[in-house]
Design a protein around this ligand. Sequence first.
Ligand SMILES: Cc1cc2nc3c(=O)[nH]c(=O)nc-3n(C[C@H](O)[C@H](O)[C@H](O)COP(=O)(O)OP(=O)(O)OC[C@H]3O[C@@H](n4cnc5c(N)ncnc54)[C@H](O)[C@@H]3O)c2cc1C
Length: 538
Amino acid sequence: MQKKISFQLLPDEAASDHAIKEWIANLCAVPLDDVKGFRLQKKSIDARSRQVKVNLTLTAFINEPVQEFQPAEIHFPLLKKNASRVLIIGSGPAGMFAALELLQQGIKPIILERGKDVRERRRDLARLNKEGIINEDSNYCFGEGGAGTYSDGKLYTRSTKRGDINRVLELFVHFGADNNILFESHPHIGTNKLPGIISAMRGQIIAAGGEIYFEKKFTGFAKNNNSIIAALTQDGDKFNAEAFILATGHSARDIFYLLQKENILIESKPFALGVRAEHPQSLIDSIQYHCNRSIGRPGSLPAASYQLVEQVSDKGVFSFCMCPGGIIATASTSNNELVVNGWSPSKRNNPFANSGIVVQIELKDAMTMLRDLKWNNQQIIPDENDPLLMMHLQRIVEQKAFAAGGGSFVAPAQRMVDFSEGKISSSLPECSYIPGIHSSGLNAVLPDFVARRLQRGFQEFGKKMKGYYSNEAIVVATESRTSSPVRIPRDAGTLLHPQFKNLYPCGEGAGYAGGIVSAAMDGQKVARAIKEKIAAKL
Ligand SMILES: Cc1cc2nc3c(=O)[nH]c(=O)nc-3n(C[C@H](O)[C@H](O)[C@H](O)COP(=O)(O)OP(=O)(O)OC[C@H]3O[C@@H](n4cnc5c(N)ncnc54)[C@H](O)[C@@H]3O)c2cc1C
């Protein structure tokens, strides 16, 4: 007999197969020996009360052999010689999952990627971290797998289309991710495992007949009226195809400039701006798991995370991309701009917990901020019709942060309470950010509109999580690439750009995703739209 049951256990019990079997025997009123095993379906931690519990949903096998987890069967047929060709610009999650979906639909994907493959890219990250030297085409945002490769690999999304999410997770498992991502409530892969998974995807794309080119920077389109004929590259290549997917991510500012220059419609879009906050992980554990900090969390519990949101002066101040047991990383793509983000390894075993803490910014807010702002002693006169308005604001704040850090990607930082009280920190605590930190007043870096809300936000967060608002914590500037400041419009049905019959804006850079899973799902969606269009022509 198989029985699906849900119950709550203490963390130590949930870590023991024997204890779980005992619970199954009790709940199903059968002898322990009759319980042959179980297969987990869902697992989450409930830390709302003092006694932390683990929620489990599982299939129990009573008096019948356990049916072990079987990965979904996923096939990639070899392409036919005359298969239609689709060009994908960008090998982030949107581009890679579009390519995999196209292959399954019998269409040949050709990917152009400005950055290097995962292995070469790692060397550029080391130079950035250790020597403060950035390769503007190969960094935490650019290169094989896109911004998702050297990330925390959190795989949850607020999107409710569960069917599609499972499809993405099953592909991750197919290419080497642990199958626990299928049942954990907050699955994550970890930066040490993602590169291997991405190169396995590349191997599959090539084996099935697709093509992928690294260090191939796209620089423009050859067009004929409302049709794209070819994609042009920096080194003079011309790639023809029937359809073109533009999935270049939110950091490719050269692409936004290019589209504007070529009169291809783009729009400005709200985004969120703020800082990255870092606490000792032991402090977050003690708050979230109600444990004695000097003893630490029980070994059966993972590094604790948090999610915070507060309304301050009519704006949402919220935590974003929290990385338990993680590291703050340089997510800059240019030499004079400072952007931070976070990642963590699969074990989440670093001694720090970091999270973006940001304020949502609308177009009218940006107009006010830019009017108030002086940069390089020049008053800025913003134009609300400029589709790159939000991007200009984002860039100026990043440049100010770079200058305040003193160069070489050293980041301006302040203790949390000092920041909220407007005091320069006389000393800084240890921080995971490898290029180093420099004590600096962050309200001189951030627009007043953002700084004031963050200052209040931290105080309010401290009321929700006692101990969070602390000078043991540090805030580092600037968290500015939370989502794209630009949208590339597309038709809701055909997913085509309104000016072209074969151009598909896709993923986070086009404004249709925010995170790995939603970017991957968007890639799949665009690939299916292309398949429909090609099928309709036949
Ligand atoms: C450090 C870090 C940690 C993160 N952690 C998480 C996380 O834990 N969970 C999560 O869901 N999200 C996370 N994110 C965000 C996530 O990575 C992105 O949302 C996601 O990668 C967006 O996918 P995309 O394919 O739309 O774009 P991108 O991943 O940005 O990919 C775009 C690709 O296009 C390429 N490209 C750009 N311009 C050109 C050009 N001219 N020619 C050719 N190629 C070009 C780029 O090199 C890049 O590879 C993190 C991001 C960073 C930087």
